[in-house]
Design a protein around this ligand. Structure first.
Ligand SMILES: [Zn+2]
Length: 196
């Protein structure tokens, strides 16, 4: 079917949610099958969810509060783990091996132009590291992720006196995302973290 409304929705799903063509088609087919009451309910629930979620002021994790429960937890170690998104925090929390805090670095660094969001993230990171004794860079080992980790390590070297920087071991296949790695592999790569 080649309908203008389908095209518009497909475009939105792609740009906003990063849906593949196949995911969009499945989603749109489900809309055909749904009643308008169902669609209203879903739209309202999406809005309600969006309005209830905030970014933690300290670590940038999506949660219900301005400061998340992990940042408020005084029993955490002085380690900091840099992750690519909030979902990765849940992944590491489920393993139960890591007891430090987190920082969500959800931007890609570009050398081409000065990026205000990236600069403020880096400044925030420096500030948080002041009372930490270890940093574990756990961004996904994609090309962008690896570049970001090297850039951050280099950036920190010139800014603060901080030597304990690690990254996850190569147990994680290159090009893959932390999000899709099984728990055992992730556990291994955390246990065998490499000094950068
Ligand atoms: Zn937090």
């Amino acid at each position: 079917m080649n309908n203008i409304e389908i095209q518009k929705l497909e475009e939105l799903l792609k740009t906003v949610f990063d849906f593949t063509k196949k995911q969009s088609q499945k989603f749109i087919f489900n809309i055909f099958k749904s009643s308008s009451e169902d669609i209203d309910q879903i739209c309202n629930q999406i809005k309600a969810l969006r309005n209830s979620i905030k970014k933690c002021n300290i670590c940038n994790r999506y949660n219900e509060n301005t400061i998340c429960n992990i940042c408020l937890d005084t029993n955490r170690t002085k380690q900091l783990m840099l992750v690519g998104n909030s979902l990765d925090i849940d992944k590491f929390e489920n393993i139960g091996l890591y007891k430090g805090k987190y920082f969500v670095f959800d931007q890609n660094i570009s050398l081409k132009n000065e990026d205000f969001i990236v600069s403020s993230l880096l400044e925030k990171l420096i500030d948080i590291l002041k009372d930490k004794n270890e940093l574990i860079l756990s961004l996904s080992p994609t090309i962008e992720g690896q570049f970001n980790m090297h850039y951050i390590k280099k950036f920190l070297k010139n800014k603060i006196n901080f030597t304990n920087v690690f990254q996850l071991s190569t147990g994680i296949p290159l090009g893959s995302s932390v999000e899709y790695i099984d728990q055992d592999t992730l556990k291994e790569s955390l246990l065998n973290k490499i000094k950068m």
